[in-house]
Design a protein around this ligand. Structure first.
Ligand SMILES: O=C(O)Cc1cc(O)ccc1O
Ligand SMILES: [Fe+2]
Length: 444
């Protein structure tokens, strides 16, 4: 990628404007009058545009979960030649059956640097997942490492929505709905089927992606917490309409039932001049998360850190939760303050965006930014030996944890790793050792 590409992406990102709110109806027009008033599909849409509905739920789903957007575009998406199979690279999809589900605790260092000229799509590398793309259940954990902006091509995922978690390097996401800027510490969500192109705001980019095949992410219910707290709806930012009017070949890469397919349009499909609806991309700054925790004793369960949840058919049992461990005060009295030892019916993939995580030693060979751990259902885990020893002896003054930003994709189904993840050179060997040497202290 040339320095000028990065520079121009950066300049574009500076001037972005958004509209705020989660799950509500948004609307935007890049040209005044482009949005029809009072109806969705007039006989002739304004300004000679084509009207197109993009649905994210069945037409008949209850109003509370119904999602669709109306797009007013220069050319209809339907005007394209046949899609043909293209290479899947290091992308894998559910069902994950290359390997046997592994009860062991697994940990990885960051992805190695990619070959020159690797863009976001080419840089996707699947760690594992669960469910079945054809049944629209489950999730996948991907990582990405890129050093080039996407040029001449866009991506869309029919299999699920993409929750992008940058760890290194900013991203400019040019979507059908407009532009989003996602820096490390932000998350961006691209809904099922929405086309987008990723441009890099820095020379290289690295991060994580949760591909959610199931019900779209929503904000968790707050129960006795009350009307406020955790992620506030108004901190979710939708783009404003911005269109490309380009009559030139653009490759549309479509992830469909686990495979990549491509068709070359004779124009840019990011040609939406106006839109309104609820099936929308958004960004959220994790530092806006209102962290709640104990002000008396005991370490609350991490469900209190849920940013977004994808409900399954069983109330309270998420297909996948996105959970953030953000800076916070620890004040619990007579309390072991880091995450406790546990065996969990849910399966936990953890990543680190910045700094250190309070249950694990950082530094080489430890849990490091860009790395990740997989603690599958019922696997025994928790603080490593050094963390346990330090926290058991610590003086319990109020303590600010402000040097880390970690997250978890937590799912009701076990995560099966891909063959490339189990065999990867960056998989840490001997992770079990972090729990060795926990002394016996029992004195009956
Ligand atoms: O570090 C983990 O394993 C994640 C986690 C954090 C926590 O605060 C409590 C339980 C839990 O699984
Ligand atoms: Fe855990």
């Amino acid at each position: 990628m040339s320095a000028t590409d990065t520079e121009s992406a950066r300049k574009t990102a500076e001037g972005l404007s958004y509209s705020s709110g989660f799950g509500n109806e948004h609307s935007s027009e890049a040209v005044p009058g482009a949005l029809p008033v009072g109806r969705n599909s007039p006989q002739r849409a304004p300004l000679g545009l084509y009207a197109e509905q993009l649905s994210g739920s069945a037409f008949t789903e209850p109003r509370a979960v119904n999602r669709r957007s109306w797009l007013y575009r220069i050319r209809p998406s339907a005007a394209h030649p046949a899609f043909t199979r293209t290479g899947n690279g290091a992308l894998r999809s559910a069902p994950f059956d290359e390997t046997v589900p592994d009860p062991n605790r697994l940990r990885w260092d960051p992805l190695p640097a990619p070959a020159a000229g690797t863009d976001f799509v080419a840089g996707l590398w699947t760690l594992g997942g669960n469910g079945d793309v054809r049944q629209r259940t489950g999730m996948a954990v991907h990582l990405y490492a890129a050093n080039a902006s996407m040029t001449g091509r866009v991506f869309s995922d029919a299999d699920g929505e993409l929750l992008i978690v940058p760890e290194h390097g900013g991203l400019l996401l040019r979507t059908e709905f407009g532009l989003l800027r996602a820096e490390p510490g932000h998350v961006a969500l691209i809904p099922r089927g929405v086309r987008f192109r990723v441009e890099l705001l820095d020379d290289t980019a690295r991060g994580y992606v949760c591909e959610n095949y199931g019900r779209p992410f929503v904000l968790p219910d707050l129960g006795p917490i009350g009307a406020n707290g955790l992620a506030a709806p108004r901190d979710f930012l939708a783009p404003t309409a911005a269109y490309e009017d380009r009559e030139e070949p653009v490759e549309v890469v479509n992830k469909f039932c686990g495979n990549l397919w491509a068709a070359t349009y004779d124009h840019s499909p990011l040609d939406v001049v106006a839109w309104h609806g609820t099936h929308l991309p958004y960004v959220y700054d994790l530092r806006r998360f209102n962290v709640l925790g104990t002000i008396s004793y005991d370490h609350p369960d991490p469900s209190i850190f849920t940013v977004l949840t994808s409900p399954s058919d069983t109330p309270g049992l998420a297909g996948v939760d996105f959970v953030v461990f953000a800076p916070r005060w620890l004040v619990g009295e007579d309390t072991f303050r880091p995450p406790y030892f546990h065996r969990n019916v849910m399966s936990e993939y953890m990543g680190l965006i910045e700094g250190a995580y309070d249950a694990k030693t950082s530094g080489p060979g430890g849990f490091v930014p860009g790395g990740g751990s997989l603690h599958n259902m019922m696997s025994a885990h928790g603080p490593d030996r050094d963390t346990f020893e330090a926290a058991s002896a610590a003086e319990l003054k109020p303590q600010k944890l402000d040097d880390g930003l970690a997250f978890m994709f937590e799912t009701r189904w076990p995560v099966t790793a891909t063959a490339q993840a189990l065999e990867a050179g960056h998989r840490q060997q001997g992770y079990d050792a972090v729990w060795q040497g926990l002394e016996r202290h029992f004195r009956p």
